[in-house]
Design a protein around this ligand. Structure first.
Ligand SMILES: NC(=O)c1ccc[n+]([C@@H]2O[C@H](COP(=O)([O-])OP(=O)(O)OC[C@H]3O[C@@H](n4cnc5c(N)ncnc54)[C@H](OP(=O)(O)O)[C@@H]3O)[C@@H](O)[C@H]2O)c1
Length: 169
């Protein structure tokens, strides 16, 4: 199965936290804009818990939700019962110029990391409390190709970096 152009998109704290109580532990509008700019017009693949955390399909994107539940309803999204089915939908897409993004959560990242060529990571330079973590990356497998430093607006600016990691051949 050709899963080229499949990327992970994640925002992670310094201590690898990505979620708390099925939501994001931070509010970072610049990261939400970054997320939107990357994903618009493309396929986004997510676990059922991440979908419920967002609460609705994201407009302008093909939303694919993975769940074991056979009767799961999410109008406006495509439901699949396996990672294989999600990949088939993506590889059979009509417009091969569109890209696929795995947008979480931890269960999906863990299972799909090995299929991805690229990771778009927003790395917050602070620790956050949480209950969901991004898997450890093997440095032998990934090259950091881009790192941009940013600060959030407001009284106590948060430092965060937009990073791109590409799989080594
Ligand atoms: N910081 C970020 O960038 C980011 C991004 C996304 C999410 N998050 C956070 O991450 C947390 C959610 O992550 P999570 O790991 O708990 O859940 P998740 O990965 O979003 O969803 C897990 C669910 O996906 C389904 N699933 C997973 N693997 C499957 C498979 N192989 N076949 C069929 N179904 C499968 C199951 O649904 P069923 O139980 O229905 O079978 C499972 O319970 C939240 O806190 C969210 O806010 C953070």
């Amino acid at each position: 199965m050709n899963a080229s152009h499949l990327s992970i998109l994640v925002a992670m704290a310094k201590n690898r936290v990505i979620g708390k109580d099925n939501t994001l532990p931070w509010y970072l509008p610049a990261d939400l804009r970054h997320f939107k700019a990357l994903t618009l017009g493309n396929h986004i693949i997510m676990g059922r818990k991440t979908y419920e955390s967002i609460g609705k399909p994201l407009s302008g994107r093909t939303n694919i939700i993975i769940t074991h539940q056979v009767n799961y309803h999410a109008p406006g999204a495509i439901i699949v019962n396996s990672i294989g089915d999600a990949l088939r939908l993506y590889t059979d897409r009509d417009d091969k110029n569109t890209q696929g993004f795995i947008i979480g959560g931890a269960e999906l990242y863990q299972q799909m990391l090995g299929l991805c060529q690229r990771i778009y990571m927003t790395e917050l330079q602070h620790n956050f409390e949480g209950d969901t973590f991004f898997p450890n990356l093997n440095p032998d497998e990934w090259n950091e190709t881009i790192r941009e430093k940013h600060y959030s607006d407001g009284k106590d600016p948060l430092e965060f970096h937009f990073i791109v990691l590409d799989r080594k051949i």
